[in-house]
Design a protein around this ligand. Structure first.
Ligand SMILES: Nc1ncnc2c1ncn2[C@@H]1O[C@H](COP(=O)(O)OP(=O)(O)OP(=O)(O)O)[C@@H](O)[C@H]1O
Length: 366
């Protein structure tokens, strides 16, 4: 297993730059998930690590050795694609054993390795079957088994469970995690599904438009998004973001939404990194930190509900305050109808502030 490092990597397809200044160190044994919308460059980054794509500039090292000019076959890295790509005329056993034949392992050794991988992936009863007799999930288990059996330096996976149905995806997520724990393989996994990213990753790499936006543990990117893109990309429903104006108010400030004269009070400690000049700042607040009440209380602002989305366990309720709109997560049935008057308060400690121009989160460095 190995550390993988990308330094100043750039990739152009003709005039089109799809990886911009990528710097990333993936630690030995780490599970990294690259998350981003379609076309943001995550697959190209993965393929560049594998050697299936060249880089235009920069270096890629595996265990300290530069590999950017090496062929894929000489990088000792395994790749699992979304399409299952098994050999149809071979049994599951033969499919998994195939990469070991090339390295000249003895029959007994090969047998031991295949059976161990099959055991970890819980596919031992399937070893004599052909791929055509397998379900989608089992085919992907076999593909992962074939990738892992020769103990590569790293395992790269490109949306490996994207083609499976929702229930099976959930099962496979748990299995991939278990497999990673069992083998401790350095893993890089590409997806556009944030639940997959949150549940699998040691650290998530969030990309947008070829640019790495943030690297961090799942709770870190959720709780401390580095910029507006990450704030609105991670989390469902999406974080509320509203331009605000600040006005002094005792030990702190009122934070005014558009068209709202009163403002929410924030203590000074929460605003120490926030400039007061008009028009520069947006407030970010997740729907679970917006609270609705039928009773007026100190500091709450009056609003009117404009939409209710019942989700079974809870509702998502849109509220208009002045000209602004906030979404709140409420207990199911808490608001009976659109057009209802409600009182809105915020968990101010959960709020984020962003610079409107740069999009960067405004917070104290520490
Ligand atoms: N071989 C290629 N030639 C030209 N352009 C390419 C090539 N491969 C990818 N691109 C372009 O590079 C950009 C990044 O593609 P990439 O596949 O890395 O994105 P992605 O984030 O993985 O998206 P997806 O989830 O859709 O695969 C896209 O605009 C894509 O059209």
């Amino acid at each position: 297993m190995a550390e993988i490092a990308l330094r100043d990597v750039q990739k152009f397809f003709g005039p089109n730059q799809v990886i911009k200044d990528m710097n990333l160190v993936i630690e030995d044994g780490e599970f990294i998930v690259m998350l981003g919308q379609s076309g943001c460059g995550k697959t190209t980054t993965l393929r560049a690590i594998a050697g299936l794509e060249t880089v235009t500039e920069g270096t890629i090292t595996i265990d300290g050795e530069e590999v950017q000019d090496r062929r894929a076959a000489d990088r000792d890295i395994a790749f699992v694609f979304q399409s299952f790509s098994l050999y149809p005329h071979m049994t599951v056993y033969e499919n998994i054993a195939f990469p070991l034949r090339a390295v000249g392992m003895s029959t007994e050794e090969r047998d031991r390795e295949v059976r161990e991988v099959a055991e970890v992936l819980r596919i031992t009863p399937l070893l004599d079957r052909r791929p055509s007799a397998l379900s989608g999930g089992d085919m992907q288990r076999v593909a992962i088994g074939r990738a892992l059996v020769r103990r590569p330096k790293a395992l790269l996976m490109d949306e490996p469970i994207g083609a499976l149905d929702a229930k099976l995806r959930e099962e496979m997520r748990a299995e991939i995690k278990r497999l990673h724990m069992a083998r401790n393989s350095t893993s890089v996994y590409v997806t556009h599904d944030q639940i997959e990213a949150m549940s699998l990753a040691d650290r998530i790499v969030i990309m947008h438009d070829g640019v790495l936006q943030q690297i961090g543990a799942p709770d870190e990117v959720y709780l401390r998004p580095a910029n507006l893109f990450v704030a609105q990309f991670v989390g469902s429903p999406v974080m509320n973001v509203e331009p605000v104006q600040l006005s002094a108010n005792g030990d702190g400030a009122h934070v005014h939404l558009a068209g709202d004269g009163t403002g929410f009070h924030f203590d000074e400690g929460l605003l120490s990194a926030v400039p007061r000049d008009a028009g520069r700042v947006s407030l970010g607040i997740r729907p679970e930190a917006v609270h609705l009440s039928h009773e007026e209380s100190a500091g709450a602002l009056g609003g009117v509900t404009t939409n209710i989305e019942p989700l079974g366990s809870h509702d998502i309720v849109d509220v208009r305050i002045g000209e602004a709109r906030l979404r709140a997560r409420t207990p199911a049935g808490f608001v009976a109808a659109e057009g209802a008057p409600v009182w809105v308060s915020l968990d101010t400690g959960e709020a984020h502030f962003f610079d409107n121009e740069t999009g960067l989160a405004l917070r104290e460095a520490h």
